[in-house]
Design a protein. Structure first.
Length: 177
Protein backbone atom coordinates (compact mmCIF):
# COMPACT_ATOMS: atom_id res chain seq x y z
CA UNK A 1 0.00 0.00 0.00
CA UNK A 2 2.88 2.38 0.78
CA UNK A 3 4.51 1.63 -2.59
CA UNK A 4 1.28 2.46 -4.38
CA UNK A 5 1.19 5.98 -2.89
CA UNK A 6 4.90 6.52 -3.44
CA UNK A 7 4.67 5.22 -7.02
CA UNK A 8 1.81 7.65 -7.69
CA UNK A 9 3.87 10.53 -6.26
CA UNK A 10 6.87 9.62 -8.41
CA UNK A 11 4.66 9.30 -11.51
CA UNK A 12 3.20 12.74 -10.76
CA UNK A 13 6.71 14.15 -10.32
CA UNK A 14 7.91 12.66 -13.61
CA UNK A 15 4.89 13.82 -15.62
CA UNK A 16 5.31 17.34 -14.24
CA UNK A 17 9.00 17.27 -15.10
CA UNK A 18 8.14 16.18 -18.63
CA UNK A 19 5.65 19.06 -18.95
CA UNK A 20 8.18 21.61 -17.72
CA UNK A 21 11.05 20.17 -19.75
CA UNK A 22 9.10 19.91 -22.98
CA UNK A 23 6.87 22.95 -22.87
CA UNK A 24 7.23 25.49 -20.07
CA UNK A 25 10.19 27.66 -21.08
CA UNK A 26 10.57 27.01 -24.78
CA UNK A 27 10.46 30.73 -25.52
CA UNK A 28 14.04 31.09 -24.35
CA UNK A 29 15.19 28.95 -27.27
CA UNK A 30 13.88 31.70 -29.56
CA UNK A 31 17.17 32.30 -31.45
CA UNK A 32 17.03 28.75 -32.80
CA UNK A 33 13.46 29.23 -33.97
CA UNK A 34 14.28 32.57 -35.59
CA UNK A 35 16.86 30.73 -37.69
CA UNK A 36 14.06 28.50 -39.02
CA UNK A 37 11.76 31.47 -39.64
CA UNK A 38 14.47 33.28 -41.60
CA UNK A 39 15.03 30.18 -43.71
CA UNK A 40 11.30 30.12 -44.43
CA UNK A 41 11.46 33.81 -45.50
CA UNK A 42 9.37 35.27 -42.67
CA UNK A 43 9.31 39.10 -42.78
CA UNK A 44 11.61 39.05 -45.81
CA UNK A 45 9.64 41.91 -47.37
CA UNK A 46 11.35 44.16 -44.81
CA UNK A 47 14.79 43.40 -46.25
CA UNK A 48 16.43 45.68 -48.79
CA UNK A 49 18.31 44.21 -51.77
CA UNK A 50 22.05 44.77 -51.97
CA UNK A 51 22.59 47.37 -54.70
CA UNK A 52 26.33 46.65 -55.05
CA UNK A 53 25.77 43.24 -56.65
CA UNK A 54 25.44 42.65 -60.35
CA UNK A 55 22.02 43.36 -61.84
CA UNK A 56 20.99 39.70 -62.11
CA UNK A 57 22.10 38.62 -58.61
CA UNK A 58 19.68 38.68 -55.73
CA UNK A 59 20.90 39.04 -52.18
CA UNK A 60 19.17 40.52 -49.17
CA UNK A 61 21.96 41.88 -47.01
CA UNK A 62 20.20 44.67 -45.12
CA UNK A 63 17.65 42.87 -42.96
CA UNK A 64 17.82 45.04 -39.89
CA UNK A 65 14.06 45.70 -40.00
CA UNK A 66 13.35 41.96 -40.09
CA UNK A 67 15.69 41.36 -37.14
CA UNK A 68 13.95 44.15 -35.23
CA UNK A 69 10.58 42.50 -35.92
CA UNK A 70 11.85 39.18 -34.52
CA UNK A 71 13.30 40.99 -31.50
CA UNK A 72 9.96 42.70 -30.90
CA UNK A 73 8.13 39.36 -30.96
CA UNK A 74 10.57 37.98 -28.38
CA UNK A 75 10.32 41.11 -26.24
CA UNK A 76 6.52 41.01 -26.17
CA UNK A 77 6.50 37.28 -25.39
CA UNK A 78 9.11 37.51 -22.63
CA UNK A 79 7.29 40.49 -21.12
CA UNK A 80 4.10 38.42 -21.05
CA UNK A 81 6.02 35.59 -19.38
CA UNK A 82 6.69 37.84 -16.39
CA UNK A 83 3.65 40.11 -16.47
CA UNK A 84 1.09 37.31 -16.61
CA UNK A 85 2.42 35.41 -13.60
CA UNK A 86 0.27 37.51 -11.25
CA UNK A 87 -3.03 37.10 -13.16
CA UNK A 88 -2.38 33.42 -13.82
CA UNK A 89 -1.40 32.90 -10.20
CA UNK A 90 -4.68 34.49 -9.20
CA UNK A 91 -6.57 32.16 -11.56
CA UNK A 92 -4.67 29.23 -10.07
CA UNK A 93 -5.53 30.27 -6.49
CA UNK A 94 -9.14 31.10 -7.25
CA UNK A 95 -10.12 28.25 -9.59
CA UNK A 96 -7.55 25.62 -8.58
CA UNK A 97 -5.30 23.30 -10.54
CA UNK A 98 -7.70 21.78 -13.05
CA UNK A 99 -8.91 25.09 -14.47
CA UNK A 100 -5.36 26.51 -14.55
CA UNK A 101 -4.08 23.40 -16.36
CA UNK A 102 -6.92 23.52 -18.87
CA UNK A 103 -6.16 27.17 -19.60
CA UNK A 104 -2.46 26.33 -19.99
CA UNK A 105 -3.26 23.48 -22.36
CA UNK A 106 -5.63 25.66 -24.38
CA UNK A 107 -3.13 28.52 -24.69
CA UNK A 108 -0.20 26.26 -25.48
CA UNK A 109 -2.09 24.16 -28.01
CA UNK A 110 -3.58 27.22 -29.72
CA UNK A 111 -0.15 28.82 -29.93
CA UNK A 112 1.49 25.68 -31.26
CA UNK A 113 -1.17 25.27 -33.94
CA UNK A 114 -0.90 28.93 -34.87
CA UNK A 115 2.87 28.62 -35.29
CA UNK A 116 2.48 25.40 -37.25
CA UNK A 117 0.04 26.92 -39.73
CA UNK A 118 1.71 30.30 -40.20
CA UNK A 119 3.72 31.03 -43.29
CA UNK A 120 5.78 33.93 -44.54
CA UNK A 121 2.52 35.58 -45.65
CA UNK A 122 0.90 35.29 -42.22
CA UNK A 123 4.06 35.86 -40.14
CA UNK A 124 2.37 38.63 -38.17
CA UNK A 125 0.47 35.87 -36.30
CA UNK A 126 3.68 35.20 -34.39
CA UNK A 127 2.85 38.31 -32.35
CA UNK A 128 -0.20 36.41 -31.06
CA UNK A 129 1.26 32.91 -30.91
CA UNK A 130 4.48 33.50 -28.99
CA UNK A 131 2.89 35.34 -26.03
CA UNK A 132 0.19 32.63 -25.83
CA UNK A 133 2.92 29.99 -25.90
CA UNK A 134 4.83 31.66 -23.11
CA UNK A 135 1.78 32.27 -20.89
CA UNK A 136 0.71 28.65 -21.31
CA UNK A 137 4.23 27.57 -20.43
CA UNK A 138 4.47 29.65 -17.28
CA UNK A 139 1.11 28.27 -16.22
CA UNK A 140 2.52 24.74 -16.63
CA UNK A 141 5.36 25.70 -14.29
CA UNK A 142 3.11 27.39 -11.73
CA UNK A 143 0.69 24.46 -11.55
CA UNK A 144 3.49 21.90 -11.29
CA UNK A 145 5.38 23.64 -8.48
CA UNK A 146 2.78 22.47 -5.98
CA UNK A 147 3.89 18.87 -6.58
CA UNK A 148 6.85 19.62 -4.32
CA UNK A 149 4.43 19.56 -1.38
CA UNK A 150 4.00 15.80 -1.87
CA UNK A 151 7.63 15.17 -0.95
CA UNK A 152 7.87 16.76 2.51
CA UNK A 153 11.47 17.55 3.39
CA UNK A 154 12.49 17.12 -0.28
CA UNK A 155 10.07 19.85 -1.36
CA UNK A 156 12.79 22.36 -2.25
CA UNK A 157 14.66 19.75 -4.30
CA UNK A 158 11.54 19.00 -6.35
CA UNK A 159 10.87 22.70 -6.93
CA UNK A 160 14.49 23.14 -8.00
CA UNK A 161 14.10 20.24 -10.46
CA UNK A 162 11.04 21.91 -11.96
CA UNK A 163 12.81 25.26 -12.29
CA UNK A 164 15.77 23.50 -13.92
CA UNK A 165 13.41 21.73 -16.33
CA UNK A 166 11.79 25.10 -17.13
CA UNK A 167 15.19 26.58 -17.99
CA UNK A 168 16.29 23.49 -19.92
CA UNK A 169 13.20 23.49 -22.11
CA UNK A 170 14.83 26.20 -24.21
CA UNK A 171 16.63 23.31 -25.93
CA UNK A 172 13.35 22.25 -27.59
CA UNK A 173 13.69 24.87 -30.34
CA UNK A 174 17.33 23.88 -30.77
CA UNK A 175 16.14 20.36 -31.55
CA UNK A 176 13.55 21.78 -33.99
CA UNK A 177 16.30 23.79 -35.69
Amino acid sequence: MVCQGLCLYVATLLSGLLQCLGFAGVLFGWPSLVFVFKREHYFEELCKPNAELMHNATSLDDCEARDEKFSLIFTVASFMNNFMTFPTGHIFDRFKTTVACLIAIFLYTSATLTIAFTSAVSAVLLFLAMPMLTVGGILFLITNLQIGNLFGKHRSTVITLYNGAFDSSSAVFLIIK
